[in-house]
Each structure stands twice: as C-alpha cells, then as structure tokens.
Ligand binder design. Structure first.
Ligand SMILES: [Zn+2]
Length: 347
C-alpha cells in the first residue's frame, strides 16, 4: 500500500465506510467456507477449528444479509452477470464451500433449503476417492503426540521441532509452505512417510469426513447446489509443473462430470493465495474449460471482474467473522485495505 492509499484508508475508516462504499464495495461478495459443524464437533479441533462454521452462525449470516437487502445468487448467475447477460437490482452474495466435506450435506443443505439459498461445493476428487492426504488435519493430530516433523522430497529435507501445541501452531505457515513445494507426484509417498500413515489410515480419514460420490450426485441433483472442481489432489498449483497442473484441473473436471452426469464449469484453486496461484494457472483454468475460478484472496466483486473471471476474490466467512469485519467487507474498506485502488487485478 502506498502513502496515498494509506491516507485514503485512514479517511475511509474515520468516515465509517460512507465514502468507500460507492467505489470499493462493488456489487457483491463471494464467501469462502469449508465445513459446517455443530459447536461440539467444531470444538474437537484447535488448529482447524475455523475451517468450520456452526449451523447456527451460518443461518445467522444468511438472515443478516437478507435483512440488509442482499440477494443470494449461484456461480452460474455470477458468471452471467459478469458477462452482462443478466442484471440485478440488489447487491449479491455467493456462498462457496471448498474440498467436499460430508457435513455440507448433513448440516449445510437443510439450511440452504430452508432459506432458498444457492451454494457451490468445490470437490477435490481425492476426498471421495479415499486417497486425500488432508495434511492440515494430519498435522493437527501429529503435533499432539510428536515433537517433530521431517519432510524429505526431491526438493530437499526440512525439519520442524516444537515444544508445545502453541509452538507447533506458530510454525504451521512454514510447514505448509514446505509441503506445498513438494512435487505433486511425490506428495503422497512423502507425507505418508512423514506422518507415518498407511493407505488404510488415509482412506479411513477420508471416509470420516468426505462426501461419497453418491452423496455428491445427490447434491448435484439439488436445484440450489452447484458442484465445482478443486483439482484431483488438492495441491498448491503455482509450485507445480504446467503439465501436472493442467492435468489436475482437466481430470478433476471430467471425473466429477462422469460421476454426476452434469457439466462442471466452476473451479477453486486449492489454498488459493498468492503463494499458490500464478497468472499461468489462471490461463490453464480457462483452457481446462472453467467459466469462473475463485481464489482465497480478499476482495469484492465488480463489473470489471469480467476481465478476470479466472481470478475472482473470495472473503473467508466463519464463526470468528465479527460485526466490524463484516461491515468492512460490505463497505469495501477491507477490499481497499488489501487491494488499494485496484479492483480486479490480484497478481
Ligand atoms: Zn481446499
């Protein structure tokens, strides 16, 4: 952020978003969520606790947006709006859920139906296939019973040591970066070894939290639900070879289509931050046949996003999203604090 943007930000905050809203609130917000879990189950996690929203909180947000005059639209409608095929009087919200957790069906769907709210669920194929290495959960388990993690791949060896849970949490960012640079074709073997897991144990973990293909098909037949793709193996694409990434995108799309009998035209980049996505990947997503692709990069949605439908910003939404944060999302202050004067360019 340059000095001029900092000055503007100060002014926008001081004036409580009144002056930022007309320029930086945009037409809507795409929210990124993962799991929907009752408080008891959510509390079983610490590191990954915020990956889940409680059903009560999800409902509270839906009612809040409706009361504020927002409408909920699907990603197809968002794409049509960006292409100027349809228009909306009101501002809009899109809800998206990453990875393909079973709780989306159990706890999410009844809420979407009750309030007639569309939602997109991005499927990572390795979850229903029973081969996903959800290392963000494995690390949480591992750190309770061990005091180190060793990663050994063709990219080199990294070692992490911690004294207690808090110390391990503080190193999660570095662990995550060290894992993301491991070449996709080595990842499963490297992580199975690092976490000491057999194929059976990996499958057991998948079964405990993933949607099955039958359930994905059931969701795809719900008029409110859009099924999107999220790669085959949930790998940070920027760090991988072009050929690998394109294959991950294309196969994920065609494989889901085979299972649900419908076209899949929306995509979310795994992890989706600056470390994970490059301009090359936006081009690959378009080439793989996706109409829209979403990031994990904060920002609101503007008409000018038509130019970069493969890099749509998303805001995280969860139990810890407080009122102040929410109003800063909606009045554009948060968007401005991250992107400055740029509305549609993230790389
Ligand atoms: Zn994901």
């Amino acid at each position: 952020m340059n000095w001029l943007e900092r000055k503007f930000l100060g002014f926008f905050v001081k004036t409580k978003g009144v002056f930022s809203a007309p320029f930086f609130a945009g037409k809507g917000v795409v929210f990124m969520l993962h799991r929907v879990l009752p408080e008891m189950e959510r509390n079983a996690y610490s590191l990954n606790k915020d990956l889940a929203i409680t059903p009560e909180k999800l409902e509270e947000f839906i009612l809040f947006f409706k009361q504020k005059g927002y409408i909920f639209i699907s990603l197809d409608e968002l794409a049509d709006w960006l292409d100027r095929k349809i228009n909306f009087q009101q501002k809009f919200i899109c809800l998206t859920f990453d990875d393909g957790y079973q709780d989306n069906l159990i706890h999410g769907l009844p809420i979407f139906k009750k309030h007639s709210v569309p939602a997109t669920i991005y499927i990572t194929n390795c979850l229903p296939n029973g081969t996903a290495i959800m290392w963000w959960y494995l690390f949480e388990n591992h750190l309770k019973f061990h005091s180190k993690l060793i990663l050994n791949s063709s990219k080199g060896r990294s070692e992490f040591h911690w004294t207690d849970e808090q110390d391990a949490f503080s190193q999660f960012g570095q662990v995550s970066e060290a894992i993301k640079i491991i070449p996709g074709n080595e990842l499963k073997d490297v992580l199975s070894l690092s976490f000491g897991l057999s194929d059976n144990e990996i499958e057991k973990q998948c079964k405990s939290m993933s949607l099955t293909w039958d359930e994905i098909k059931e969701l795809a037949n719900e008029p409110l639900i859009t099924i999107g793709a999220h790669t085959m193996n949930h790998i940070s694409v920027k760090q991988q070879t072009e050929q690998w990434v394109f294959e991950e995108m294309k196969t994920s799309k065609s494989d889901i289509e085979k299972h649900i009998g419908k076209e899949v035209v929306h995509f979310a980049y795994p992890f989706g931050g600056e470390f994970d996505v490059s301009i090359r990947d936006l081009e690959l997503a378009a080439k793989a046949g996706f109409k829209t692709s979403t990031l994990n990069q904060p920002g609101n949605i503007f008409k000018s996003n038509k130019k970069n439908k493969q890099a749509l910003a998303r805001m995280p939404l969860g139990n810890t999203t407080d009122n102040e944060r929410m109003s800063n999302y909606l009045n554009g202050i948060y968007h401005f604090s991250v992107n400055g004067f740029k509305k549609e360019k993230y790389f």
